[in-house]
Design a protein around this ligand. Sequence first.
Ligand code: GSH
Length: 326
Amino acid sequence: MGLGVLIEGKWFSERDQEDSQGRFVRPSTTFRNTITADGSSGFKAEPGRYHLYISWACPWAQRTAIMRQLKGLEDAIALSVVAPEIDQNGWEFSSEPGCIPDQINNSRYLWEIYTKAEPDYSGRVTVPVLWDKETATIVNNESREIIRMFDTQFDAIARKDVFFYPEDLRAVVDETIDAIYQPINNGVYRAGFATTQSAYEEAVTELFDALDYWERVLAEQRYLCCDRITEADWCMFTTLLRFDPVYYVHFKCNLRRIVDYPNLWNYLKELYQLPGVKETCNLDHIKRHYYKSHPNVNPTRIVPKGPLINFDAPHNRYRMGAALQV
Ligand SMILES: N[C@@H](CCC(=O)N[C@@H](CS)C(=O)NCC(=O)O)C(=O)O
């Protein structure tokens, strides 16, 4: 497969990731502690205490980078960025353009962070990783939970007064994040990593049914949950950004492109153009990661030149009413 795994603290460069029907199965993440504003969880929101490990290529990790940026947490939570291509050693730190080496643990590979946190760790080594310098452990490696913590627990530290989980919308935000996860965020991977025709077709059908549904929603309202940007929009955004450059070709999600959906496409451009967001969009890392890191999907590891997409082109979402200022 080309993706590795830690077993009792030892790195192995190959692992299986499909079930007996050829369906891609994403195991759940393991570090699930929370940071709280008052420290009641054992991890208090404090400036300089936490460190975020990401890849610009990864849609889950980019969610956390976006939230850090939009909340104005760049000074409070420092960043390390791995190299885009995964080889037999998994994610690797580097000083090539766009990367930021690990100045906290001085690791060469990301798996070293996992074994520092838990010497006998068994499981996948994924980004994002939120590291606590004080207790020298991983607080959490689940993007959805990390963005929630940045959004709701760092009020006293965040430089910007924006919220993406408003009290009156909490249920609908959670439902929407759930609703888009399996068919869309994970759906592109289920299509791309399927090893049987039926598993692929199941995933691709569910994916496009869901995109068609949200296209209709966005014809009526500006964002996924209402007329305000919420965490659900950022969960959707990182998948849409990669769709035409990568998923359409590499993962065979090719019934339609995002540019063929007028509402999704304009919505994608609007989110991309909000201040701070495009700084987290590294299409070079994104393309190199996918096309070069999955040799079973793309054995030549050739990265296509196109498509030519202008995410900065004007969008038409203003007609839908006021946007949140970020
Ligand atoms: N559930 C995790 C998923 C993270 C994830 O799967 N990250 C991928 C990159 S896109 C990864 O690090 N994969 C390496 C591997 O599977 O070995 C989250 O949302 O944070």
